[in-house]
Ligand binder design. Structure first.
Ligand SMILES: [Zn+2]
Ligand SMILES: [Zn+2]
Length: 376
């Protein structure tokens, strides 16, 4: 009888220990999982966590290199302006003084607008929600700022702050594009695209003569006296007087035209910069034109796309609450209310956008052009 009793007691003890261990293990598992619990855990969240280090790198990289990007843009614009005055202006003046005057007037209109909108895009604060106090308009909380977030506001991880009606962070402006400088950013793109097109259009003839025709007519290539001779450059003279000398003696002295060489390089530089900027910024301009026409920002474009899919799955139609129709959207975007006309778009104007960026009218609440026009 002793052996079965012992066996039974040992069995009970094992069962007890097993249950206790199982209990502890499930408790421990729950504790560990609770540390990583997230109600909204999905594939996007998982990817976000995985790509975290890369985001950190891009955020810091963009922040540090911001001033270098702005300096590069300023240097490129300055070089283009100098070359246009040095080569383009005398060429057209010689051809037709009347055409040159018209080109100068039109060119300066583009130039002043480009510089003004770029300067404003860089220096104007895009707008942030007020710190402290109650924000009645808040619709959510920013997890990074631990602060209330009004509609259309998003957190910029480069600037490390919330931005009103945030569109995106622009490294070329070293600034966020938001409620207060969105118009300057877009107008800059309009004028720089028009400006590069203007330079390509009226510089084409100069480039054609200089780089194409003159290349085949070049005396350098057709100079029979140099044929069959090995030549060297005599660098003992000052740079402007460098000459080509036959290696095995002879009487060839051929001056190198440095002015013309620089001219060619400048024209090549202009062709490269203007065509590159025209294509890249032009494509971006079309993208933003479509967004603004639809009354959405770059961030809202993605949000609205997701919403449309969700609504379509339920056989419903999703409407962007900030889309008041193409024409009205543009008037709202350019702040054209009360006595403001399209002249405020085609000439530099520092007028403020409609609304404070905290409170937003929707298609269900009222037309912002009328609602804000009533309030002083
Ligand atoms: Zn924030
Ligand atoms: Zn930013």
């Amino acid at each position: 009888m002793v052996v079965p009793e012992l066996f039974s007691t040992a069995l009970h003890l094992c069962q007890y220990l097993w249950l206790k261990w199982k209990d502890r293990w499930s408790y421990l598992k729950l504790c560990i999982l609770s540390l990583f619990y997230n109600e909204h855990l999905d594939v996007h969240y998982f990817l976000d966590v995985l790509l975290g280090p890369m985001y950190w790198f891009v955020d810091n990289f963009t922040k540090r290199l911001g001033p270098a990007f702005v300096t590069a843009v300023c240097c490129l614009m300055a070089a283009v302006i100098v070359i246009a005055h040095w080569i383009g202006l005398p060429y057209w003046w010689e051809k037709s003084p009347f055409a040159a005057v018209l080109l100068v007037i039109f060119g300066y209109w583009l130039l002043v607008n480009t510089l003004f909108h770029y300067y404003m895009g860089v220096t104007v604060n895009p707008g942030t929600p007020p710190e402290g106090g109650l924000i009645q308009e808040a619709v959510s909380i920013c997890k990074k700022c631990i602060a209330p977030k009004p509609p259309r506001t998003h957190h910029c991880s480069v600037c490390n702050r919330c931005i009103l009606k945030m569109d995106h962070h622009c490294p070329w402006l070293n600034n966020c594009v938001g409620h207060h400088n969105h118009r300057y950013f877009f107008s800059y793109m309009i004028f720089i695209t028009l400006g590069t097109f203007y330079l390509m259009l009226f510089g084409f003839e100069i480039a054609y003569h200089e780089l194409w025709e003159d290349y085949f007519r070049s005396e350098d290539l057709n100079d029979e006296s140099l044929e069959g001779h090995a030549v060297r450059i005599n660098k003992s003279l000052p740079v402007d007087e460098w000459v080509l000398e036959p290696v095995n003696g002879g009487d060839i002295i051929y001056p190198v035209n440095h002015g013309r060489d620089w001219r060619r390089k400048a024209i090549l530089f202009m062709a490269f910069i203007c065509s590159g900027a025209f294509v890249a910024i032009g494509a971006l301009l079309i993208y933003h034109y479509r967004l603004i026409s639809a009354g959405e920002t770059s961030i809202e474009y993605h949000i609205n796309k997701d919403q449309r899919k969700k609504f379509a799955a339920l056989n419903k139609e999703y409407k962007n609450p900030y889309n008041f129709g193409r024409k009205r959207n543009w008037r709202i975007f350019f702040g054209l209310q009360k006595d403001r006309s399209w002249l405020h778009v085609f000439f530099p104007s520092a007028h403020k956008p409609i609304g404070d960026g905290l409170q937003w009218q929707t298609i269900y609440s009222g037309n912002p052009l009328e609602v804000h026009a009533k309030t002083p």
